[in-house]
Design a protein around this ligand. Sequence first.
Ligand SMILES: NC(=O)c1ccc[n+]([C@@H]2O[C@H](COP(=O)([O-])OP(=O)(O)OC[C@H]3O[C@@H](n4cnc5c(N)ncnc54)[C@H](OP(=O)(O)O)[C@@H]3O)[C@@H](O)[C@H]2O)c1
Length: 247
Amino acid sequence: MVTRVAVVGASGRLGSVACRVIEEQSDLRLAARLNSRSDLDEMLGADVVLDVTTPGVSSTVVDHAVRAGLDVVVGTSGWSEERLRLLRTLLAGHPDRGVIVVPNFSVGSVLATHFAQTAARFYESIEIIEAHHAAKVDSPSGTAVRTAELIGRARADIGPVVAPHVDQRARGQQVAGVPVHSLRLQGVVAQQEVMLGGDGEVLTIRHQTLSPSSYEQGILLALRAAAEHTGLTVGLDSLIGLGPGAE
Ligand SMILES: NC(=O)c1ccc[n+]([C@@H]2O[C@H](COP(=O)([O-])OP(=O)(O)OC[C@H]3O[C@@H](n4cnc5c(N)ncnc54)[C@H](OP(=O)(O)O)[C@@H]3O)[C@@H](O)[C@H]2O)c1
């Protein structure tokens, strides 16, 4: 069976990678390419919508797709817990539809977040440093937010991360009690370090994206999983057997 995919944000950096890799697959067909000048109804006729737009637009795209009876994979950043809560409410009224929100399509990055979540119970002192290309408009990155939230969740029964002096601006933004420091640098694609400080030691979990091609495997995994998932699924981790994800 061939799955027809509409890519919203097809002219963007991530959208271009997605379109190319979709066109290389025999079980996927690129049914529509949408950008900022498109009518969202151009997605109709697809089976799955891949949203890779901007944080300000993404909810409208997902809302439109779900109400039109389409499954969705979201790669766009900015899906906070509050936005996910509203999405769950929308999906409750469309029980046959599924939305998979993937803050990071890189399998290596998902593994790094998983390792950080596992290590979080053993260290009180944890901070995240993420760096992305200078054109990235939002900060902190979706991956950093997700990592911090999972660290917070891992420590729920033992107490929050101990982060002193966070009233000073240079101490980063607090996400689930974890200080997150965002760098926006020319020359960088994406990288993240989670530093966990303990008694006489520092554990650093570091992942670097060197090329956008690192997203291809995750994009394909999520698109192929979309038809089988109803409700909300968050993170590639659940699709590769690493976490609960499905809600
Ligand atoms: N999940 C992941 O692994 C991952 C990896 C990298 C990036 N991201 C995230 O993915 C998103 C896209 O990143 P990017 O670097 O590809 O951004 P980008 O190069 O700026 O591309 C944005 C795309 O969104 C389109 N767009 C803007 N407004 C729109 C609207 N109202 N309706 C339809 N399309 C609209 C743009 O169309 P025009 O060309 O017409 O402006 C463009 O195609 C960002 O949120 C980024 O943080 C996620």
